[in-house]
Design a protein around this ligand. Structure first.
Ligand code: BMX
Ligand code: ZN
Length: 319
């Protein structure tokens, strides 16, 4: 029987879940409002419910190898526990992965949502075969995932790649993390919309800002230039640190490809990183669009299953 995994993307607003095979081919997809204000147990129940609906739909067509969950916030993969996440109240040291595992009776792998998105693009998307890259998800916040030597960098306790919290402006805008001047306060979709509303004197979505710029609105262009300048400061620091072959831009703000932003950022990077590091650097939008997180989470579940089977396969081949 075909093998499938359930990939879940937990966001501040929505929970998305898909059934996918190990080639990244997606079956049924479901989503629900997170209603984070109702607390962690409510959210865990909702995830379990979505998983169970997908499992029921898959009955007799595929074997479920596991569940992968991508969640915001610093977390422990081993303990399947979220340490903290300001967008989801009450998630302090909450064992989300274990709770869902107990309710569904299926093994759960938990990782940061930005890491899952990068994993998805590496397995099935634009970063396939790329050994040195990082990804940014531009949404409510800025999520990140970093690959070096073809492996994801997790840091000593899974807290690496919190790219949204690089400091762009010490003493600048207050961030939900408690510090000031963080990258995501200037360049997340939320921040771009806030800047656009100020520039255009009306509520403006990120695609609307792109369209206004393309239609020749000078206020929109000035606003985008300032956003691109801030992106170039953040990305320039990361390029100087990591010297990647590729930077993948994803998340809500890039769901339609990122419009004029990538060329504007590329132009401004010239002053921010060494020419030798910028030579041949590809800055691209993600190929999986809104699905990088769920597909990366499903791929994690497959990876975990393969790890569990390793000793079994080894002992069988000895015999
Ligand atoms: C925040 C941080 C990251 C997360 C990123 C994107 C918290 C709560 N979250 O920077 O862990 O990856 O947001 O999250 O500390 P999203 O909500 O934009 O998807
Ligand atoms: Zn911050």
């Amino acid at each position: 029987m075909k093998k499938c995994a359930v990939g879940v993307d937990l966001g501040g607003t929505n929970i998305r879940a898909v059934l996918a095979d190990d080639d990244g081919k997606m079956g049924p997809r479901l989503h629900e409002e997170t209603c984070a204000e109702k607390g962690p147990e409510h959210v865990a129940n909702k995830i379990a419910d979505l998983v169970q609906q997908l499992v029921a739909q898959a009955a007799n067509t595929c074997e479920i190898v596991g569940i992968g969950i991508g969640s915001p916030g610093p977390l422990s993969r081993k303990r399947k526990m979220i340490f903290q996440t300001p967008n989801l109240p009450g998630f302090e040291n909450y064992p989300l992965g274990q709770r869902v595992e107990d309710m569904c009776g299926i093994p759960v792998s938990l990782d940061n949502d930005g890491n899952c998105a990068a994993h998805g693009e590496h397995m099935f998307g634009v970063a396939r075969g790329v050994k040195e890259f990082f990804m940014l998800t531009i949404g409510t916040g800025i999520g990140g995932g970093i690959f070096s030597k073809d492996k994801m960098i997790h840091g000593k306790s899974d807290g690496a790649a919190e790219i949204g919290h690089l400091c762009l402006y010490p003493g600048g805008i207050k961030c939900n993390c408690g510090r000031t001047g963080c990258f995501e306060q200037y360049c997340s979709a939320t921040a771009i919309e806030r800047r656009a509303a100020k520039a255009l004197n009306k509520k403006t979505t990120v695609p609307e800002l792109f369209w206004a710029h393309e239609a020749g609105n000078q206020d929109a262009s000035k606003c985008l230039e300032e956003v691109a300048q801030d992106f170039s400061i953040g990305l320039g620091s990361l390029i100087n640190l990591l010297e990647p072959e590729m930077i993948v831009m994803g998340g809500g703000a890039f769901s339609t490809g990122g419009g004029p932003l990538i060329p504007m950022i590329t132009e401004r990077l010239v002053g921010q990183a060494f020419p030798s590091s910028l030579a041949d650097l590809k800055i691209v939008s993600g190929k999986l669009r809104g699905n990088s997180g769920v597909l990366g989470a499903a791929a994690l579940a497959f990876k975990q299953r393969a790890k569990l089977e390793e000793p079994l396969i080894a002992s069988q081949s000895v015999r």
